[in-house]
Write a protein that binds this ligand. Structure first.
Ligand code: PEP
Ligand code: MG
Length: 885
């Protein structure tokens, strides 16, 4: 097996094997771009190492061979005392995990090669700076020494020297620093800093492998739903130096603005700096445009290369580059992360430019991004106190109490507070705090700083580089230019779309995208135009129908505006609450047919009115009405309250017959496991007349509307069926009532009767059930509950956090369909149902109907439609189209 690929052997489609960085370095190499030579150790080598604790056999030899080739290409030997080749050892997984894993630069330096490097570069300061960086990174990454030990040491030397700037340290200072660093290594490991270049390299490679399982990488993967078993590739690349002097430097660039999608030159550049200095936000960068003045030749070349890359990848690219003594080198590129708004704008722009077609545009955006655009925004007409302004790093409107460290962010958010994490800059250790916060505000760093990149990835609101705000994290406050101080706990509002920061809570308003879905014209807003165009195409592409779960006419109308093609689930339980509860009580307490009929008669006109409204709102579209589902005792008074009432009456010597009977009924109906008890179809079988009442109300409302010339299309749905016998009995009753109403009204009623599939037994016997059901709708909430045996009301709080932590699942099965278990039941149920009744209409109406991953699954198993909450309807429409490819 081959574990090592030279850059010239790979290409961009080998991300699984070479990781994103390695695959794209190979692609750029093959495009003839200036990439330093190097090779990639595959993710397969990593997974073997992580599984067995040992590097796979033969890897060392392969690395040796490729290293030799690299040495030949550069005409230098690794760590050579006279003219050393140095390499970087960089992580690079399939999916980008910014700053989560490790990199070691300048591998190959030791006490003698540092002198050789100094002579070759004719730059002593540069050589010793490189050496101290190696010891620092190696110490931290490979030897697990606290980074602070090194940072304190460099601060100490700067203090002695009376400066705050790294660049003021001269060769002598850095030489001293190297001695101090070596002391730190000795103190922490009991051994000297390794002098053998090859030993350094092997240790660095293994450390990169190990970093796949670092706490922060594990946490990040869970957040981003990246599978834990992919492993990382390792890139060994000949070093090029951005820290050789002022004609050197390092930078990052985007081919378009990742915040808005606009075309132009976006990026940051830092002179005389190496590697991660830019992303870390340690020193302030200059805008990329300034490079034109600093080094026009390199700037022009960079612009050319960026155009080439955009043309080649047909998408926004981000780039890391280094200039070594006036020579430009490309260190990385990839299709860049972007905000939700930028994703829609760029996809639409690329269609205009003829680069992609609309099919591809639909693939370039996601349902999650659409959700993001539907978030409310700040009301700009409100009276506000603006504290300052930074860069719009990641959009959204976030309000919360200012906190100045991640620990507090996590602690406060656990106790239910909304917080804004305020930092001078963030680093990977802040990940927990960033996840906990509503938004992130930093005073330093550009659009490519750690805070910006990570927040965009998480879809979290972020304003970065608000330099006019003085942030004092030690004393926990910030000062605005107007002198206003914000202390820990004070509420602030940050706008990630404009970069503005406000004191106090700014009111929020609907997003223009929501207004558009509500029926407003697309207008001039280019974002809304892009959404309009992509959604229209998505509707043409998708096969899955999209319906909404809506219980009221108001929700139904909204759902319709959002593009729902029907109602997949109208839950009728709310129609029995409030003032109507008394009738239900009477129904439950009825002692003879007479009393029961009276209660039912009182309910009938009310129910009919409910359905008249709903069916009017959904005129012409299928409307699935589910008969009563929840345990009956939910409609009875609370037992404690009732007991108190009865006891008080007794103490006054009174006796309320009704309350006493109610008490008995509540006791009689009490269940230990109500979700597995007297509910759904079981209610219909046990409480005479209940389902018939609902059926009659639906039928009468339908007849009435038909007479008015409308086109009502109700479908009656029976919940929690487990056996065909249950359904047969209810079905016979239902048909009898429908026939009666048809007879009474003279209207020919076309009303389908179907069932929910929400018990494993129903899925497994779906062939039988389909004999009696004209349609199926999978209730994946209950199906998940009953398949896993998880109480849907309790588990999330009780133990899901542990399950997620130990990796039993990466996401709650109540959120995204558990394909292997619950999904398998959906597949079986659909197949068996259609075996009996080939034209059986099959949908889903659990929460999963609006979840992007689940929508793809439902498309694949061949359902006819998904049904979800009105707000999720556009997401389902988009994802249903994306699932067709
Ligand atoms: C379901 O179980 O998935 C469903 C849609 O019904 P409910 O959530 O009302 O139980
Ligand atoms: Mg259910």
């Amino acid at each position: 097996q081959k574990y090592v690929y030279d850059f010239s052997e790979g290409n961009k489609d080998l991300k699984d094997l070479l990781g994103g960085k390695g695959a794209n370095l190979a692609e750029m190499t093959n495009l003839g771009l200036p990439v330093p030579p190097g090779f990639t150790i595959t993710t397969e080598a990593c997974t073997v190492y992580l599984e067995t604790g040992e590097t796979p056999g033969g890897l060392d030899d392969e690395v040796a061979t490729h290293l030799e080739a690299l040495e030949k290409a550069r005409g230098k030997k690794l760590g050579d005392p006279d003219d050393p080749l140095l390499v970087s050892v960089r992580s690079g997984a399939k999916f980008s995990m910014p700053g989560m894993m490790e990199t070691v630069l300048n591998v190959g330096l030791n006490d003698s090669s540092v002198e050789g490097l100094a002579r070759q570069a004719d730059n002593e300061r540069f050589a010793w700076d490189s050496y101290r960086r190696l010891i620092q990174m190696f110490g931290k990454t490979v030897q697990n020494i606290e980074g602070e030990a090194f940072e304190d040491a460099i601060e100490e030397i700067k203090r002695e020297k009376g400066t705050q700037n790294d660049l003021d340290l001269d060769a002598g200072d850095l030489r001293k620093l190297v001695d101090v660093y070596k002391g730190i290594v000795r103190e922490h490991t009991g051994e000297d800093f390794p002098q053998d270049p090859r030993e350094q390299m092997t240790a660095a490679i293994n450390a990169v492998f190990d970093s796949w399982n670092s706490d922060r990488a594990v946490l990040y993967r869970r957040q981003e739903r990246i599978p834990a078993d992919l492993g990382t590739a390792v890139n060994v690349v000949a070093m090029v130096f951005g820290n050789m002097g002022m004609d050197s430097g390092t930078g990052v660039a985007f081919t378009r603005d990742p915040g808005t999608g606009e075309q132009g030159v976006y990026g940051d550049y830092l002179q005389n700096a190496q590697g991660e200095d830019v992303v870390a936000g340690i020193r302030n960068t200059v805008p990329l445009q300034d490079l034109e003045k600093i080094d026009k030749t390199s700037y022009d070349r960079l612009m050319d290369i960026m155009a080439t890359l955009e043309g080649h990848y047909r998408d926004l690219c981000d780039i890391e580059f280094t200039i070594e003594a006036g020579h430009l080198w490309m260190l990385q590129t990839r299709v860049g992360k972007r905000t939700a708004a930028a994703a829609f704008r760029i996809a639409s722009q690329l269609v205009d430019e003829g680069v992609i077609d609309l099919d591809e545009a639909v693939q370039r955006v996601t349902g999650e991004q659409l959700v993001h655009l539907m978030f409310p925004q700040f009301d700009t007409s409100a009276k506000v106190h603006q504290l300052g302004r930074g860069m719009s790093a990641s959009p959204g409107a976030a309000v919360g109490k200012a906190v100045f460290d991640s620990y507090t962010a996590v602690k406060w958010s656990r106790s239910g507070e909304n917080v804004i994490l305020v930092r001078r800059e963030t680093n990977p250790d802040d990940l927990n705090g960033m996840i906990a916060a509503q938004g992130i505000l930093t005073s330093r760093g550009g659009k490519t700083s750690h805070a910006a990149v990570v927040a965009r990835g998480m879809g979290k609101t972020c304003v970065c580089g608000a330099e006019e705000l003085q942030v004092n994290t030690k004393r926990r406050f910030l000062t605005a230019p107007d002198g206003t101080e914000v202390h820990e706990g004070d509420v602030i509002s940050i706008d990630g779309s404009t970069g503005r920061v406000y004191l106090g809570e700014v009111p929020v308003v609907d997003s223009p995208v929501v207004e558009y879905f509500e029926g407003a014209a697309a207008g001039e807003d280019d974002l809304v135009q892009a959404v309009d165009r992509i959604m229209k195409h998505a509707d043409e592409k998708r096969r899955l129908g999209v319906r909404a779960n809506a219980d009221t006419a108001e929700d139904a109308e909204r759902a319709r505006r959002f593009g729902a093609e029907g109602i997949g689930l109208c839950r009728t339980e709310h129609m029995f609450l409030g003032e109507r509860r008394q009738h239900v009580e009477r129904l439950i307490l009825a002692e003879d047919d007479d009393q029961r009929d009276q209660a039912l008669e009182a309910l009938l006109p009310l129910q009919r009115w409910d359905f008249l409204q709903l069916l009017t709102a959904m005129d012409g579209l299928p409307t699935t009405i589910r008969l009563l589902d929840p345990p009956l005792h939910e409609f009875l008074p609370d037992i404690t309250e009732l007991s108190v009432r009865v006891a008080l009456a007794e103490s006054r010597g009174e006796k309320n017959e009704n309350d006493l009977r109610l008490m008995q009924a509540v006791h009689r109906l009490h269940e230990a496991n109500p979700m597995l008890g007297l509910r759904g179809v079981r209610l219909g079988l046990v409480v005479p007349g209940l389902f018939n009442l609902q059926t009659r109300a639906i039928a009468e409302a339908t007849a009435q509307l038909v007479k008015l010339g409308k086109e009502p299309k109700p479908e009656i749905m029976i919940p929690l069926v487990g056996s065909v016998q249950e359904l047969e009995i209810i079905r016979a009753d239902t048909e009898k009532v429908l026939a009666e109403v048809a007879e009474e009204t003279g209207i020919d009623l076309q009303i389908l009767v179907g069932t929910m599939i929400e018990l494993p037994r129903a899925a497994l016997t779906a062939d039988q059930i389909a004999e009696s059901a004209e349609f199926f709708s999978f209730g994946t909430n209950d199906l998940t509950q009953t398949t896993w045996g998880f109480s849907r009301d309790d588990v999330e709080a009780a133990f899901f956090s542990t399950y997620l932590e130990v990796g039993i699942f990466g996401v709650s099965p109540f959120e995204t369909i558990d394909v292997d278990g619950v999904g398998e039941l959906v597949r079986i149920g659909t197949e068996k149902g259609r075996a009996t009744r080939p034209d059986l209409k099959v949908g889903v109406c659990g929460e999963h109907g609006g979840d992007p991953d689940s929508v793809h699954f439902f498309h694949q198993v061949g359902l006819d439609y998904v049904s979800c909450s009105p707000f999720r309807v556009p997401v389902a429409r988009l994802e249903a189209a994306r699932a067709t490819v």
